[in-house]
Design a protein around this ligand. Structure first.
Ligand code: PEP
Ligand code: MN
Length: 345
């Protein structure tokens, strides 16, 4: 249920509605827009009717949200949500590119990649320190040592750091080092992890599960918002279909679909979405054309030696060419590529 307050309603009036709802057992989430305040009230609908909030002069209307997701829905927050990370904003006019290796393999590898992707125009450095691997015999990540290298790379380049957390027990450790926590495809419905991430105080990039429907994905995001963390971004990374030429089928229709149903930003991962490096630049362009708020792309200085996902990783040179194309494309789309702030020069 959402309660839309009349334009210009005061803090006391908002408080009054909120108190009445809380007394009836509702959980309140506030969405403060430039003009209007919207209150998301989660609870027993029949009790709301008895409250007759529409009789109050400062309440514009009370509307049910029929979809199972509430806080994630556009009704709750009609304007696009802007996620503020360091001095960057995602969800506004600027398109951000997050780039780096699949896994943090060594200090040298991450520093070299960080400098290269920053030079080419990325604003975020990606790299997994905790790796969710299909095989228990594959490299599992450098863990905290990897997080330290990422933090050092941020120090040296001004790039913000996004890295994956795969276990609820590591959320606060990862949040100590990262600017954005990535919840991977395999963990999209790990509800304990989602609830823990809701409490971490850092923005979360929520990848789509390989077989998750749009609604299941939005419900996973709802867990994080319901837990009090409104800084959530969706990341489409391809789903499993009958096609085997590509590693996954990148479902770009999710960009406009999510923008219609939700206020949260949408990031596209064309690397996992295709599994082949030569498909990455064309799909990155298509993603921006579809309205994506950002991209997350795997880049490795020596893809042939990468411990994971070398086949889908761009070299720094190829990444640079792609970034040139994206810069031209964003101007046609009346958007801009994000930039690392001058302070970090
Ligand atoms: C990754 O980003 O390297 C990764 C493991 O992604 P996904 O969760 O989409 O498979
Ligand atoms: Mn990867």
């Amino acid at each position: 249920m959402i309660v839309v307050m009349k334009t210009g309603s005061t803090a006391e009036q908002i408080e009054e509605v909120s108190t009445r709802l809380t007394e009836e057992g509702f959980k309140i989430h506030l969405s403060q827009g430039v003009e209007k305040t919207i209150m998301g009230a989660i609870g027993d609908r029949s009790r709301l009717e008895a409250l007759d909030l529409e009789a109050l002069p400062f309440v514009e209307k009370v509307v049910p949200i029929l979809a199972p997701y509430k806080l994630v829905s556009r009704e709750f927050h009609p304007a696009n949500s802007i996620i503020r990370i360091g001095d960057q904003e995602i969800g506004g006019n600027k398109v951000h590119v997050m780039a780096g290796p699949c896994a943090v393999e060594s200090r040298e590898q991450i520093l070299e990649t960080a400098h290269a992707v920053r030079e080419a125009g990325a604003t975020f450095l990606r790299g997994g320190a905790f790796k969710p691997r299909t095989s228990p015999y594959s490299f599992q990540g450098l863990e905290e040592e990897g997080l330290r290298y990422l933090a050092e790379a941020r120090e040296k380049t001004g790039l913000l750091v996004i890295t994956e957390v795969i276990d609820a027990r590591d959320v606060s450790l990862v949040a100590d080092y990262a600017d954005v926590l990535q919840i991977g495809a395999r963990n999209m419905q790990n509800f304990i992890l989602l609830k823990e991430a809701a409490k971490c105080g850092k923005p979360v990039l929520l990848k789509r599960g390989p077989s998750a429907t749009l609604e299941e994905w939005m419900m996973a995001a709802e867990y994080i918002m319901d837990g009090g963390n409104y800084q959530v971004m969706f990341c489409e990374r391809g789903i499993r279909t009958f096609e085997s030429y590509t590693r996954n089928t990148l479902d770009l229709s999710m960009v406009p679909a999510l923008h219609t149903l939700s206020h949260l930003p949408v990031i596209i991962d064309p690397s996992h979405g295709t599994g082949k490096w030569h498909l990455v630049p064309p799909m990155a362009k298509a993603a921006l054309a579809a309205g994506a708020d950002g991209l997350i792309v795997e880049v490795h200085p020596h893809p042939e030696k990468a411990v994971s996902d070398g086949k889908q990783s761009l070299t720094p040179e190829k990444f640079k060419v792609m970034m040139g194309d994206l810069a031209r494309l964003t101007s046609v789309l009346d958007r801009e590529l994000g930039e690392v702030s001058k302070r970090a020069e």
